[in-house]
Structure formats: C-alpha cells, structure tokens
Design a protein around this ligand. Sequence first.
Ligand code: NAD
Length: 494
Amino acid sequence: MSSTFPTFEADTPRSYRMLIGGSWVDAADGQRIDVITPIDRHRVIATIPRAGEVDADRAVAAARAAQPGWAALPFTERQRALLRIADDLEAVVEDLAALTALDTGNAIRTQARPEAGLLVGAFRYFAGLAGELKGVTLPTGSDALSLTRRLPLGVVAGILPWNSPLMIAAFKLPAALVSGNAMVLKAAEDAPTTVLELAEICARHLPEGVLNVVTGYGPEIGEALVDHPGVDKVSFTGSTATGSGVASRAGGRLAHVSLELGGKSPCIVLPDADDEDTVEQVMLATRFARQGQSCTSGSRLFLHEDIHDSFLEKVVARAAQMRVGDPREESTDIGCIINARQWDRVQGYIDDGLASEGVEVAYDGRPALQVGEPGFYHAPMILTQVRNDWRIAREEIFGPVLSVLRWRTEDEVVAMANDSHYGLAAFVFGRDIGMALRTAQRVQSGWVQVNQGGGQQVGQSYGGMKASGQGREFSLEGMLEGFTQIQQINVRLS
Ligand code: NAD
C-alpha cells in the first residue's frame, strides 16, 4: 500500500474534507454526514461535509477562476497532467479497488478492481485525444480564411451515483478536463470515499480550482449546482426520476445537459445459442456479480421457446455456483447491496413478482445464503413465465433479480424488447449471425452487444436512448459533442 493512501482498519472513521480551489475545506456551516460500509450497517468508515448553496458558490467561483487559464494551455500540457494522474492512479489501483469494495460493497475481483483499472485507462485514453480538439478550414477562396475552433463549455458540474463511483467518474472527468473545462464533481452521499481519494491524486497535477470535489445530499448541494448560473453544463448520472428533474431545472436556464439514467435492458437468446459459452456471457449480462446494481444489467432475459427450459436450467446451475460474500475477499462473486433502503426496495419487487399470477421461481438463492446481518447481502433470484407488462419486467429493480420471458418469432421478441420506456443497453446471442445482427439493429438501445455480456470498454460510445438518457461523452466523438462547442471565424484577407 502506498504511503499516501489511507487505511480503513482503525475504528475511528476517516474525516474527509472537500476539494475547493486547491484547498481541503469543510462545509461552510460545518455540517457532516456519516458514511457506513454496506458490509456492516453499524460501522461508520468516514464522515464527509454536508455541502450546501454557499459551498456550491465557492466551488463554482473557484472553477470559473481557474478555467480560462487551463483552457489557454497548449494541449500538450493538459495531456501531460492527465498522463501523470494516470500514473499515480495506477500506483494505487489496488488500494482504490479495496476502498471501492468497502465503500460500495462491490466485490473486489468481479467489479471493484476492473472499475479502478478502467479509471486509469480512461485518463490515458483521453490524454491521447488532447490533440483532437482542433477545428477545420473551409476553402472559401483565396481572399478569405474560414475556420472553426473547438472551445470548452466552461464549468461542468458532474453528478455521480453510488453504484460505481470510479467508473462513472472515468466517464466524465478526463474528457471534461482534457477539453479545457473546469469541473465541480459531486460524489454520491452513499459512496464518496474513492472519489475523494481520486481528487487528492488529481490535485497533485492540476492547477488549483480546475477540479473541485464536493459532497452532500442531492436536494442540497446537487440542486445548488444544477441551478447555479456559473455552471455551463450539468453532466448527470443517476436515476431517471432524478435526471428528469435535473434536466428541467438546468434546461430552464439553458445550461447544457447530459443524462446517463436507468435501464431495463433486454437480453435476447436465439434458438441456436443453447450452449455453455452463451450462458457464461448471459451471466455477465445479468450483472449478478454487481448485485444487479448496474444501469446496463440485462434484467429481462428473452429465451426462445425451443430452448427455454434447457437454457434456463444452465443459467440456474451457474447462479447457484456464485458465492455471495464479503466484497473484500477474492473468492467472492457477489458483494453487498448499498444500503437498507435499496435492500428493502429489491425485496418489494420480489414480493410483487411472486404475487403475480403464473410466475414461477426458477432460482431463489436466499435460503442458501451464508452471510447476512449486519451486511446488506442478497442472493440472486430468477423468476420465469414473466409477462412483459408486469412491474418486474418494466421497472428498474437495481438488484439481483432476473425476469425470464419466452418468445417465438423474431418480430415478437423485437417488439417485446422495445416495449419499454428505457433504451440503455441490450444483448443478443446467436450463432446465426445474420439473425443476431438483424435483431441487434432493430433494438432501440444506445449500446447493443452481440455474443458478449461484459462492461464498457475505454473509448467506446456510451449512452442511452429514450428515457435512459441523452448525450454521449465517453468516446472521441462523445468528448467533442459533450464537452466542447464550435466557434466559426470568417476573415476577409484582401
Ligand atoms: P440518484 O438519482 O438517486 O442519485 C444520483 C446522484 O444525484 C447522487 O449524487 C445524488 O445525491 C444526486 N441527486 C439526487 N437528487 C438530486 C437533485 N434533486 N438535484 C441534483 N442532484 C441530485 O441515483 P442513485 O440511486 O445514486 O443511482 C442509481 C441510479 O443511477 C440507477 O437508476 C441507475 O440506473 C443509474 N445509473 C445510470 C448509469 C448510466 O450510465 N446510465 C450509470 C450508473 C447508474
């Protein structure tokens, strides 16, 4: 463990401050929030400032003051800062993974470590794109010069959820910074510690005020940032309900907005894919290994009627092998749900599904659970004979609950997959590649995977359709579209 990375073994909670204008500060009114670990509901691992409007003013003012100088640097300077941050992050990537496990309950091997690794990769990737922030010239004649410039938006407020804080920070922070914006990042109140450690590393290599990190509750510091006239763009990741409110408030003052919201993603298995390899990939798509707390979870499994029973049998066998346990242990596949509220919510959906007429329980891992109180552990649950109009097939559960539906024809499965107000991710599995690709292209989702079920790759386009979101930020095109604006300059030369 590096000498600068804190240990969390002591009984005393770590007291964090926020990063504003290069200084570590408390909330203006001194209020604090306790942060517990989902592994033990009684254990407070940290306390964080409960920021409010005054703190939003301070953070936005610091970002506004720093942004012009940061944008004016040669792109190679911003590139160098991001590369240095990547190197420092890489040196503590295991510590960040261990802290993610403690802070979010995500299991270290299956989720926390890949998430920390993706953060390092994202800083390197966007550093490499620094020189792509260039304009074009238009050949309007020898007496004229017609050119465009790519300019940053100014100050970006990034609002993060708790489910994978480092991964979502990776989707926003390096792209916003390399394109010359300053940022105020708001960590989620339930899982803020890794984002504050990330801030400490970034602050070593960035001018004061270019990155500010604040903590607190959504309706307090979150809304204060969304409403703030000094924030040029709100980049929000969270639930569709909250995102809708954020969009209308920010839109009301004509700020730029991007939204990464919820999903109820279809996972379609064609009749020729009844094999173990497909089952492995479908297991990844279920995001059981993330307790189902993933916006891209393939939570509606559409099985062709010819293979329904045999494929489901294999899925159940694999689910039964998954080990729910302490997220810090390498042998654990599935860690903890974030908090009591979310645990109860998942339970509510299970009760609702079980009360539906005709539902069948294909797998209920709860009786075999070896872990429980004081942690928020939950085993996978697989329900079949589900109808597409039931709540468990329409609403985002954000828990390890899989709804299985039967289908017969290609048109029918495409219609069922698209009969959702969400459109984030989708998965199609089939050996008939023509049918698989045809189906993939007909699904109304921002990200469709064919014959694979894993997570996002650095540099890919990522974002939702319909109520799952607006805007793209994670690719080269996403960075240009999401964090820059174009200035056209026309010059008469004679
Ligand atoms: P949430 O909407 O409750 O909170 C997200 C963030 O918004 C938190 O930091 C919260 O403090 C803040 N917030 C809450 N109210 C606010 C307000 N009125 N104004 C400004 N900010 C406010 O979501 P959550 O429960 O933290 O996260 C789970 C949700 O996030 C799920 O729906 C999941 O699908 C979604 N999510 C989407 C993606 C994606 O990439 N599409 C990724 C991860 C999570």
